[in-house]
Every structure is written in structure tokens, then in C-alpha cells.
Design a protein around this ligand. Sequence first.
Ligand code: ATP
Length: 583
Amino acid sequence: MNFLEVSERFTEMSNTSKRLELTDILVRLLKSADKDLKKLVYLTQGKLLPDYEGLELGMANKLIIKALSSISGKKEEEIDVMFTKEGDLGTVAKLISEKKTQNSLFTSELSVDYVYDELTKLARIKGEGSIKNKMGIYQDLLLNATPDEGMYITRIITGRLRLGVSDATILDALVLAFADKKYSDEIDEAYNFHPDLGELAELLREGKLDRVLSTGPTPMVPAKVMLGERLREIPDVLEKMGGKAAFEYKYDGLRTQIHIKDGKVKIFSRGSEETTSNFPDIVEHARQTFNVESCILDGEAVPYNSETGELYPFQMVSQRRGRKYDLKSKVEEIPVVVFLFDIIYLNGEPLNKMPYLERRKMLESLFTENDDFKCATMLLSSDVEEINRFFTEAINSGCEGLMAKNVSEDSIYRAGARGWLWIKFKRDYQSSFEDTLDLVIIGAFGGHGRRKGTYGALLMATYNKDQDVFESICKLGTGFTDDVLFGLPARLSDFVTKKKPARVESGLVPDVWFDPQAVLEIIGAEITISPVHSCAYGKVQKEAGLAIRFPRFTGRWRDDKTPEDATTTEEILEMYYSQKKVG
Ligand code: ATP
């Protein structure tokens, strides 16, 4: 397949502001691929391989500017000025190529295979002379590219392709292009255990649906984590769980998925990011504790005081993430204990279809508890009084509340799903608002008076998982310190778009639209009916949506969450109904 065709489809995708049209274009693009479908899918994701493979393109902006300067004969400073004006090196590459094409003698057609293979070469270059070689590959690609192709190649290299499609959108399009829609839930589940869209695309195109449907947890490949719904009354939890449940302490730490295979250990975060290098201590302790050929464990890493055993707040572990330099002192200063609550794979056998209590039994018999690994404290009960006492104990031990787990025969491990098999019950729920929410920034309104020069308010959205769109729910203008407030335009500048992104639904038109990327934690007073917001539009009342009254930023940017991990429209609906019930 020619890369030119891909670049034409990419332009159509960037130009549409309608979600369905976006999928249609994507389906057409995927269908026109052949053996190169896998590579096409990765390029559409703006990647070369799934994230967990750790292959990064890694060409700094400075290097791109140097390469563009040498192609165009313009000074680096001039390119820098163009970059500041356009805000995107892809556009700069396009402008330069447009000039160049007028007097170039020869361009050969680029294929998807060729572009992908050259970019892979570029990504793998290491060692001496790597800068020169990387620049050489990039310049060769540009010299043979049309201006638009050059723009997309540059955007892929700089990690800014931003076509407005998420993995969920691509997955949806793959099902429409190559499978029967009735399998979409099962295909989704397979993807959640093995999040490799390129591989999945190839299997579907080749008609190997059986292979897809039998995909389960795989050691060294991060499974999307299972998530819980929320309720605020124990009797409601018990009712949902069929009268009885396993209640576990809900630890306030970092979700930690531990993979072991043939003596090798890998650690993944809640967002499937590999964090092995941040936790050399957990790696070492896991080797000592688990005598297995292979396994996948799910748990929460919590910092603690090694003298008193007291648990510390989660912020202390988060200091470890992304740290390269003084990690060693942090490891000694902040030891962590991992409270394990699940096992989904053991010695060649997937366990995800086993009921929860059987998995828990396997987990308990797998190791002897020590300072580094423990099983989450658990109570199997149907007695409200007893559960309430257990809840108080959890809070007194430094936990956030309880996590109730379904114990029926159907209590499988559902990767990537937020469902009623797990229900969280937190201390915050006893305040007026049930919980903090994680909302996505989709727009902003210009500031006036004291806020001149920054934004007066942000337009926030929930994620509607069924429709794969972001729906506006409130304007957020309080809870910001001056530093954060005046830093907003710079912090969000990368996400500014010229018009409403296709996957955004909003009744309000802000002064600036953003690509839905940044996630903020907010707290509010109440969920109310709103004539202007799009969240759950028409679900509670005709021609009205839902909004949050008095939203306030808690100060926490949820950089660990993708926009698709934000609070969903469905959760807001549930919160609205449960608030009504109590109120
Ligand atoms: P979520 O992860 O549900 O999107 P969140 O990141 O805001 O939301 P919480 O609402 O606090 O987190 O609750 C879920 C998290 O609680 C899990 O992702 C996990 O990290 C943590 N957790 C702590 N103890 C347990 C437990 N016993 N079982 C399951 N999860 C637990």
C-alpha cells in the first residue's frame, strides 16, 4: 500500500468533526491494506510497536530542526521561528517540502512497508554516530515524501500524530472491517489481555477469529487492569453481590502488576506502562519470594515505615516513578510492601476464568507472607455490622476503605473492565459528594480581570465508553493556585486544536478547543440536570444532560490516566441516581 493513500486518509480524519465519519474513514483505510496491515495499524497509532515493547522513536525536536535546516538551506533559527509560529514540526516540514517540491527533480513513491521499516531502523540506531544516522534516515524519507507525507512522518517521529483516534476507536474500526459485530465484546476482552492492535488486526484480517477469542493473559504482556464500580452503602453492596462478598482492605498505593517468567520479573502500572526500573526492590523480592516458572500477580504497592510497619500515603511511592538518579536512596528511604489481591496466570495456565475465591486460594498457597509481599486483608461476610467494623479497621490501618469482590461462580477476572464484580467503598463517600472524579480537559474560556493572560475556566468532560466520545459536564474555574492557573496555557498548548475534535460532544463552544488528553481530578457538590452539557444527554431528562455543581480542582493532575481511563458517563449516571436515592 502506498503511504500517499494513508496520508490522504489521515488528512480526512484530521478534518472531520464527526465521530462516525472518523470510523468510516478508518475502516476504509484498514480495508485497503494488505500484508502491511499490521504496520499500518501501528503507524495509525503513531507507534512502531505496542508501548510495552519499549521501542521509542526518540528523535528530539532539536535534531528534526537540524535536519530540516539542512534540507531547506534555511538557518536553524529560522526553522525555530517557524516552529514557534506553527506549534508543530510536522507543519513546518510540510511548508518546507512544498517549497522544495517545486524544484526537486525526483521523488520515488513511499510504501507503508518502506516508511515503517525505515522508522524502525531509525528507532533502533544506537551508539556512536547515531545522531548522524538518524538524521540521514529522516532526511531521505522527507526527500522522497510529498509535503503531506512528510508532515505525517514528522509527526509520528515526534510522537504527535494526534489523529483523534484512540485504541478503542481503532478496535471498533477493526471489528467493522474484518469481523462480525456480535463478537465485539469478546474481541475487546482479548485485546484487554493482550493489547497489541497490530497483531490483532492481522489475525482478524486472516479470519483467525478462534485464535483471537482464545487470547488470555500472557506473561510479560501487561493485561489491562480490572476496575470496580462504586457504592456508598454496605447493604447496597451486599445486594449487588448476591448477599455475600469478600471484603478487602482498599490500600492507597500504586497498582502493580507483576509478571514472572523463567526468573525474569517485569512490573507494569495501572496504565500498562512498564515500571520495572523504578522498583528494583520489588523485582528482587519477587525473585526470592515466588518459586514459579511463570505467573501474573495483581496488587497494590504501598510505602511503609520499616520500624513500625505503619502504612504511608501513596504520594510517597509515586515519588519513585520516573526517577533515574537518586532512585537508590529512595528505595532505602521508602520501602514498599505489595499487598497482592489476585493471580491471573500460573505456570503456563491462565486463571482468569476461575472464580475469585479459587484464585485467592491459589495466591495464598503460592507463597509465605513476609515483609515485602502480603495478601490483601480479607473478610468473607454477609453481615452489615461485621463489615462496618472491618471498614473502620481498614481506615485505622491507613487504608482508603474497602473493595468488595464478588464470590459467585461467575466471578472471573475481567481485564480492562469496570464492572459490578468489584465494588469500591471509600471513606470520602460519606461526605456530601461520593468520590473525586477524573475529568478530561476539552476546552477553555479566556480569562478576564485578574485572570487576563490565562484561562478563566476549563471545559471538562467525561468519557462515554459506548460511543467512544468525550461529553462536556462542567466549567472548572476554582481550586487552582496562581502558579498552576498562569501555567495553564503553556501546559496545555500542545493539545490546542483549530476546531472541535471529532470525538468531543459539547453544548458549549469554548474559546479554545483541546485534543482530549489531559486528565484532572476534581471534587464537586452534586450532580444536577443541565440544559447545556452533553454528559448523558437525554438519559435522565429530554433535551438535557448532567452537570457537576461547584466543581473544584483538587490539585492532582492524573498523568497516570489516559483520557479513556477518565470517569465515564455511565458512572456519572449511576452517581446521579444513587445521590437521588440518598437525598
Ligand atoms: P480506578 O482505578 O477505579 O479508576 P482510581 O485510580 O481513582 O480509580 P480508586 O477509585 O481509588 O482508584 O480505586 C481503585 C484502585 O484501588 C485500584 O486500581 C487499585 O489500585 C486500588 N486497590 C487497593 N486495594 C485494592 C484491592 N484490595 N483490590 C483491588 N484494588 C485495590
